[in-house]
Write a protein that binds this ligand. Sequence first.
Ligand code: UDX
Ligand code: UDX
Length: 464
Amino acid sequence: MKIKNICCIGAGYVGGPTMSVIAQKNPNIKVTVVDLNTERIAAWNDTSLDTLPIYELGLSEVVAEARGRNVFFSTEVDKAIDDAEMIFISVNTPTKTYGIGKGMSADLKYIELCARQIARVATSDKIVVEKSTLPVRTAEAIQSILDNTGNAVSFEILSNPEFLAEGTAMRDLAVPDRILIGGNLNSDKGKEAVQALVDIYSSWVPQKNILTTNVWSSELSKLAANAFLAQRVSSINSLSELCEKTGADISELAKAIGMDSRIGPKFLQASVGFGGSCFQKDILNLVYISKSLGLNEVAEYWHQVIIMNDHQRSRFARNIIKSLFNTVSGKSIGFLGWAFKKDTNDTRESASIYIADILIKEQAEIKVYDPKVTALQMQSDLNYLNTRSEFDNIELLKTENDPYKALQGVHAIAILTEWVEFKEYDWQRIFDSMQKPAFIFDGRNILDKNILEKIGFIVKTIGS
Ligand code: UDX
Ligand code: UDX
């Protein structure tokens, strides 16, 4: 079975880049990416490639190559569904904010709506691919909706979770560690569907990196992979606090344990806490699934990863307050970085939001510079917490487009994202423009402490 037409529902951080690369590597397949959000689709279609809705290194080049040739961005969802033999579901699955499982379980509302829409529209057999991260056994629900509401056509469900990290998504797509495809390997139709998807990836991914499993293993692997990664960050962050109390140094610790090849050096960088759209959401989801199955110890075990992360964020904010003589009221604090990590404009669950909120509660004024995040986004992130009025947030959090301006006159600087450019600033000039004593709280341990101390800064790092 050869696929000629692909449809992807959801033109977000995952759907957009993934489909652009699939189209780039398979010039004979027509790929249509659809979304309900007309502004987002318009931005994907904008001729000036600078205004793509998401920032990802190398993305605009791939879009430039494939857009209009065999990748199309559109709001005509029904047509794209019916034209395609294979449909990817890549809509968001946020944590539920209401009802049973509120604050933990994944909200599958959009997934179900997609399934119903596919069933209603499809007049020929389809392969439906779960791209979004989903609780284990969601494919069963999708299959049931498709079979019970469809037009007597047949559907095969595959799970094909993404493992893209933002900032390196294009590289992760071009040379993935692995492609995971879950399907019903016990039936001929299932095997055929799996093979159709394997063929698409085989255009550029070596066979040995393409893994096929049953659907449930694939669904659960995605949650498990994120939980393991986040657990490492929470583990190193828990030790950072111990280092601060004992004179041990977290960077030295990370190096020493990371050289054990069984542990390895990655995801051992102490930080102000992990953020991003996936870790918290997916672990909470894992906790919820475990609880629902009566596995309380399993649930509590993974929940602790989140508790540690919350603790690390508030500990950082409390440390700023304590160091500034136990009061930040009326003081201004400069933030370098708002995104949840470097090389992305994504701010979902970024530690900076929570730290700003705590400091504003203490009546501090925050001045932020981030190379890629807009003032509008920062305000919307703060407003989402619902702590105070939108008007107050505008008053108390200011965004500057120039780092030197953002840091002028502040009492302290917090480094919250590891943007490389921060290392290259004229720190003497910044010091001269600040209130004294001038504090730097390096929440990412990226600056050279010795140089800064020579200039006269009081430097606080994580875990030393
Ligand atoms: C994805 C996955 O969906 C999520 O499960 C995974 O854990 C991370 O990656 P992401 O691409 O980051 O999410 O989400 P987002 O950027 O919000 O994109 C989702 C898009 O789907 C949005 O543009 C939204 O408008 C669209 N959408 C949502 C639809 O087109 N239809 C819907 O019914 C719901
Ligand atoms: C993650 C997974 O890595 C990816 O495989 C999955 O598909 C989606 O979720 P992402 O959220 O984009 O990707 O970013 P990641 O690089 O994993 O970082 C997550 C958070 O952990 C960031 O806030 C980052 O700064 C933090 N982190 C990471 C640390 O604090 N220390 C580390 O050593 C590594």
